[in-house]
Design a protein around this ligand. Sequence first.
Ligand code: ADP
Ligand code: MG
Length: 265
Amino acid sequence: MNQLLSLPAKIELRHVTHLYVTTSRAFMAVRDINLRVEEGEFICLVGPSGCGKTTLLSLIAGLEKPTAGKILIEGRPVEGTSRQVGYMLQQDFLFNWRTIEENIFLGLDIQGIRNRETEAYALHLLEEMELADVRKAYPSQLSGGMRQRVALVRTLACQPDILLLDEPFSALDYQTKLKLEDLIFSALRRHKKTAVLVTHDLSESIAMGDRVYILARNPGRISSEVVVPAAIREALPFDARNHPGFHELFHQVWKEMEVVSDAAK
Ligand code: ADP
Ligand code: MG
């Protein structure tokens, strides 16, 4: 038997249900979600808008507390946000009046861990993301793809071991997005991060993920799981798209999406 099975998962959701309650109504955003993500895995969530993808990330990040069920990280219940979990959004939230360097140190300031060593690490990441040249520049001088890389460096600088990515590439043009996918994919691998990526792009989910979860809505729930074969999983996202088995897998995920989209009508 695989020994991993007896260890607590890196992230585990057990029968997670979440309701948003307003003064006039209660809305069930997700219902009875069960999910296990092992250390170092890359998981993708896809599904129609409103199926609860962002809600799931907010719950894992500890920004929301589930109405029912449990969320465990390494077997311990999530109680609020923690340094262990980094969250990156579609919008980069860089501060335009701060230089790139000051932007990437911001997370360190907020966490109260800014010192010579952590600064040096952040600058090393900046170099890894091919951004060393723009250290003293301002965000407005950078392209969208560069800004997203800065946002990633800022997130990684705090050394989280789990990364939550909410459509981080969706505002970028296609070519930039493909390049960034490869760069981020290899960085997360190299640093042995566990990642959950939300995306609209089905081919991106297959190219980047070890497993793809297709969610249905009203209420948000897992409709199916597609396991990406090793050959595609191990290739860089750009190469994965050219793998002989890729098209067939895309078709499978596409069909699963049609099921959940029809169900939402
Ligand atoms: P997705 O990211 O898949 O588009 P969300 O997690 O953002 O979905 O939202 C799931 C559902 O919960 C949607 O119907 C949305 O309108 C609702 N919702 C999300 N956030 C809130 C909130 N803060 N208050 C009330 N309803 C919300
Ligand atoms: Mg969302």
